[in-house]
Structures are given as structure tokens and as C-alpha cells.
Design a protein around this ligand. Structure first.
Ligand SMILES: Cc1cc2nc3c(=O)[nH]c(=O)nc-3n(C[C@H](O)[C@H](O)[C@H](O)COP(=O)(O)O)c2cc1C
Length: 414
């Protein structure tokens, strides 16, 4: 019943209201057209999301420039995309005008794909040392492109943006303790946060609309030495003090929501998306959600990630009854107990994003649950169109074809 369900209560985010406590997390799916505009599969996915009535839909990582892509068929948000993005947003809003729709603005920095983009970095990191060091004037241009992208998001009808500060993308690369290079954007805390904070201030000034929500997804702990949330440039020890200072600094500059995340998928994948063989990492997500909830003002929305592995309770969490280890159980409990205000569905959104609709229509038993098989991440790593190979026949067939092709290639070369 909706009236007693904490997940079905509205949530104020800035001056806007999400109709319930479910969000779709940003999920890039490599199906843009060659100009970086939404393609037919992009339309199909987001239409389903809007029909499913999650309170907030975060549009996947959309690049602010061609040279900073990690996926060849990635969406982009530059002046030539504005018309297509306007049509896209209008289409989504015509399906459902109540759910909020925002874009996640990104630049891949050192994890840009060298095959079709250019790797750049504040400080070279082992494994990514083919990246070119950024200079001050490069950073200024990148900041300009984020401000322009925010304006395009606004003018094309989106309700807001998530300025990405997570998962090892450029935002993470500046702020992490590892960036101890002595320059305007590295070394001291003030220098490492200059990129994030000044870009925020410029976006707020440029967009200047109290009904446009701005926030960030943040990796509280990247889980490698010198990553976000560690005690120093070479330290593997978790220390949340800077991550907490970061979210507070973003809030002071106008962030109305923080999406809490963990890890850096190209280095510590199982931390950002708890693996079905070790689902216990979901508790790490909860712990960080609570740390952010406790640090911020009550009116700033705290959105949790990492819930997909829980599914309907068919998971490997130990010392829990099945009915007390499901996604809905922990989501309701975490919202009720002030761990977070909203839960974002990542992998689950590809399996079935229509949870709120099915709860409202008393069809909970029809929810198709994510099995955390991680075939979706396999599609992504292979730069193929991403979907759910368990619940969507088109992607089951596509995965079979990819593996067959790979088998044939292997056979040819052995
Ligand atoms: C195929 C795929 C694409 C993803 N794309 C993005 C993205 O564009 N931006 C982002 O911040 N996280 C991305 N993620 C991470 C998810 O948003 C989410 O943080 C993570 O999967 C944990 O949530 P879950 O347990 O609900 O899957 C992606 C994950 C997968 C599997």
C-alpha cells in the first residue's frame, strides 16, 4: 500500500518534487547515434523508465566533449546536440510529466578511450600513464565546456544535472589525494577542489534558475591507495573526512542532492557495484549513505546506490532471513531510519525499472529482478549496446552472437 510505504512518499529536491523515493541511477548504454544524439535504443530505454514512474531519472553519463569519451557510442552534450536533446526530453515528459529527469555531465579524463579520444590527467596514475598531463589552460577550457553543457541541459528542458564526481572520471581525478602535483589544481585541498567548486559556482551563475536542480554523484571511497576517501596520496587507509568535506562544499555551493557511490569501476569494480559472490559490500554503501546523510542539511536529498545485488532477497548475504535481505526491505528501512532519502537503481533498471508502477498497481510479484550476473557490464566493456541479457530477449541474442563471434576469432588465432 502506497500510503504506508516509505519508498512511495514524495521527496523535495531543491524546489522540485520527486513523486517517490526510487531513482534510476546513471547507466551508460553505448547506443547514441554517431553525432552523440539519443538513438532508437536510447529512446526505448528511457521511455520505459518514464512509464515506470521512478521519482527521478538520471540520464546516463553524457560527455561534454568528443575528446573525453570512454565509449564510442556515448551521448554528448554540445551545441550541435541541443535540438535532439530537446526533442528527447520533450518526448520523455510527454510520457510522464511528474518524474524528474536530469543528465549526468561527465569528462573521462585519464579513462578516456585512447582508440577514439584523448587521455588527459591531473597526475599520471599507474595503468593510465599514457595520459597527457593537463595544464591550467586545458582545465579552464574543460570548465567552460561543463558550464556550457549545464546551460544546454537547462535549455533543452531537463530538470537538472548531476555533475559527476565519482568512479574515477575527471571529477574524481582532481579531488583524490593522489593528485599531489604542485599546481593550481593539485596539492592542497583548496587546489584539488578548485575544479569542482569553481565549476559549480559558474554553473549556478550561468543557469540562474531556482527550479533547475544541481547535484553530484560522489565516490566516498575509491578503494585504492590515494583514491577518493583515503588518508593520503599513497595511502590505502580509508579516511572519509575529505569526502564528507567535499559533499558539504558542494552543498554550500548549491547542490540540492548527492548520489552516494563507492569505488572506481575501472580499478575496483566490485566496490561500486556489489558482486553477487560477495554482496556484503552493500553494507559499505549503506555506511557511506549514512555518513553523508548525517553531514548534510535535512533539505539536501541523499540518494543511495548499490542495491541491485539484493533483488528479492535471493542473494548470498549471510546471517539474514531471505525476506529481510531484499532490495525493497533495505530500501524501505534505510529511508525510514534516515540512512538515505531515496534509492537509485543501477543494474536493476535494465532488468526492470518499473518498480513504483508495479507497487502502485499491486503487481509486485511481476517485478523482474536483477540477478547481478553482470552481463550488462560485459556489454559496456566491449563497447556494445547495453541491455539485460536475462530479461530482454534482444540482448540475450546479442550476447550469444558476441560470444560466438569471439569463440570463432579465438579458434582462428590458435
Ligand atoms: C552497464 C553499466 C553502466 C553504467 N553507467 C554509469 C554511468 O553512466 N554513470 C555512473 O555514474 N555510473 C554508471 N554505472 C554505475 C551505476 O550507476 C551504479 O552506481 C552501480 O551499478 C551500482 O548500483 P547497482 O547495484 O544498482 O547496479 C553503470 C553501471 C553499469 C553496470
Amino acid at each position: 500500500m502506497n500510503e504506508n510505504n516509505p519508498l512511495m512518499q514524495p521527496l523535495k529536491i531543491g524546489n522540485l518534487t520527486a513523486p517517490n523515493r526510487f531513482a534510476i541511477n546513471a547507466m551508460e548504454c553505448c547506443d547514441a547515434d554517431p553525432q552523440g544524439n539519443p538513438g532508437p535504443k536510447t529512446y526505448r530505454r528511457y521511455r520505459k523508465h518514464m512509464e515506470g514512474e521512478c521519482g527521478l531519472v538520471v540520464g546516463e553519463a553524457i560527455t561534454v566533449g568528443y575528446e573525453s569519451r570512454s565509449r564510442e557510442m556515448q551521448l554528448s552534450i554540445m551545441p550541435h546536440n541541443e535540438k535532439a536533446l530537446t526533442e528527447f526530453t520533450r518526448d520523455l515528459k510527454s510520457i510522464n510529466k511528474d518524474s524528474l529527469f536530469i543528465w549526468q555531465l561527465t569528462h573521462s579524463g585519464e579513462i578516456s578511450h585512447p582508440g577514439f579520444s584523448k587521455r588527459v590527467t591531473p597526475k599520471k596514475l599507474a595503468g593510465f600513464d599514457d595520459a597527457t598531463l593537463l595544464e591550467e589552460e586545458d582545465v579552464e577550457k574543460i570548465m567552460d565546456s561543463f558550464v556550457l553543457a549545464a546551460k544546454i541541459a537547462h535549455d533543452s528542458g531537463a530538470d537538472g544535472i548531476d555533475f559527476k564526481q565519482c568512479h574515477g572520471y575527471l571529477g574524481s581525478q582532481f579531488v583524490r589525494p593522489y593528485n599531489d602535483r604542485k599546481w593550481k589544481y593539485g596539492g592542497s585541498w583548496e587546489n584539488r577542489t578548485r575544479f569542482a567548486f569553481e565549476t559549480y559556482e559558474r554553473i549556478m551563475k550561468e543557469v540562474n534558475d531556482p527550479n533547475f536542480i544541481v547535484g553530484s554523484k560522489v565516490s566516498m571511497w575509491e578503494a585504492f591507495p590515494g583514491g577518493q576517501g583515503t588518508a593520503g596520496p599513497e595511502s590505502p587507509i580509508m579516511d572519509l573526512s575529505e569526502s564528507v568535506k567535499l559533499v558539504k562544499g558542494l552543498e554550500e555551493r548549491g547542490a540540492s542532492f548527492i548520489i552516494v557511490s563507492v569505488g572506481s569501476p575501472s580499478i575496483t569494480l566490485a566496490k561500486s557495484q556489489p558482486d553477487r559472490s560477495i554482496p556484503d559490500d552493500v553494507y559499505l554503501h549503506f555506511t557511506f549513505q549514512k555518513a553523508v546523510r548525517d553531514a548534510l542539511k535535512p533539505e539536501t536529498a541523499v540518494i543511495g546506490s548499490g542495491y541491485s545485488v539484493l533483488n528479492r532477497g535471493k542473494n548470498k548475504l549471510q546471517a539474514r532471513k531471505e525476506e529481510e535481505s531484499s532490495l525493497l526491505y533495505w530500501g524501505e528501512r534505510n529511508v525510514q531510519e534516515g540512512v538515505c532519502d531515496m534509492i537509485a537503481l543501477g543494474r536493476q533498471s535494465l532488468a526492470d525499472s518499473q518498480i513504483p508502477l508495479k507497487i502502485t498497481e499491486d503487481r509486485e510479484n511481476e517485478i523482474k529482478w536483477c540477478t547481478a550476473c553482470d552481463n550488462c557490464i560485459e556489454f559496456l566493456i566491449r563497447q556494445k549496446n547495453v541491455g539485460c541479457a536475462v530479461h530482454d530477449r534482444e540482448y540475450t541474442e546479442s550476447l550469444k552472437a558476441i560470444r560466438k563471434e569471439e569463440g570463432a576469432l579465438k579458434a582462428k588465432h590458435t
